[in-house]
Design a protein around this ligand. Structure first.
Ligand SMILES: [Zn+2]
Length: 162
C-alpha cells in the first residue's frame, strides 16, 4: 500500500479518480458505479476515504475536465468536472441493482425489455436518460412485484453519499 503524503497527495487523488473515470466509460458503467469504485479503490490502494461528486460542463472534445478536492478528517472530497456529453451514459439507470430490487431481469437498455422473475411475463418501455425510472414501468402488469405502500425511490442523491 502506498501512503498518501502531502507531496504525492494531489497526484494520487487525481490519478485515481481520472483512471477510474476512464474505466467507467470503457465499461459503460454509470455514475453510481463510478463513485462506488472510487471508494473501493481509494480504500484498497491507499487506505483512504475518497468521495467523488461529478459536475457536468460544456467542454471542447479533447478537454479532459478538471479535478479539485479538499481533505477533511482523512476523507477526500473530490469534485470532478467532466464534459456534459458524458451525462447520458453516466446518468442512465443502474439496471442491475434495479432488477435485483424489483425482482425483474432487464435484457435491453433504453428501449427496455423487462421480464418478471415470478410469472415470466415480458413488457417493455422507454427510458429517458437522466430521468428517474417510473414505478409503473418497473411493475409487472400482473402485479407480482407491486409494492404495498413504500414509494420506492429510484433517484440518485446528486451529492456526496457520505
Ligand atoms: Zn409477474
Amino acid at each position: 500500500m502506498i501512503n498518501i503524503t502531502a507531496e504525492n497527495e494531489e497526484y494520487v487523488i487525481c490519478d485515481l479518480v481520472a483512471r477510474i473515470f476512464d474505466e467507467t466509460l470503457c465499461q459503460r458503467k454509470n455514475k453510481r458505479q463510478f463513485k462506488e469504485a472510487c471508494k473501493i479503490e481509494g480504500r484498497r490502494l491507499y487506505d483512504a476515504t475518497v468521495l467523488v461528486r461529478l459536475n457536468y460542463t460544456q467542454l471542447e472534445p479533447n478537454n479532459p475536465g478538471s479535478i479539485s478536492y479538499y481533505k477533511k478528517n482523512d476523507t477526500f472530497f473530490v469534485t470532478y468536472t467532466v464534459a456534459d456529453y458524458f451525462k447520458d451514459l453516466l446518468e442512465r439507470p443502474d439496471w442491475e441493482s434495479i432488477g435485483k430490487k424489483k425482482h425483474i431481469a432487464v435484457t435491453e437498455e433504453r428501449r427496455v425489455l423487462l421480464k418478471c422473475d415470478q410469472c415470466g411475463r415480458e413488457w417493455s418501455g422507454i427510458v429517458r436518460s437522466g430521468k428517474p425510472v417510473s414505478e409503473r414501468l418497473l411493475s409487472c402488469p400482473q402485479g407480482c412485484n407491486t409494492p404495498s405502500n413504500e414509494s420506492a425511490k429510484i433517484q440518485e442523491v446528486n451529492s456526496y453519499d457520505v
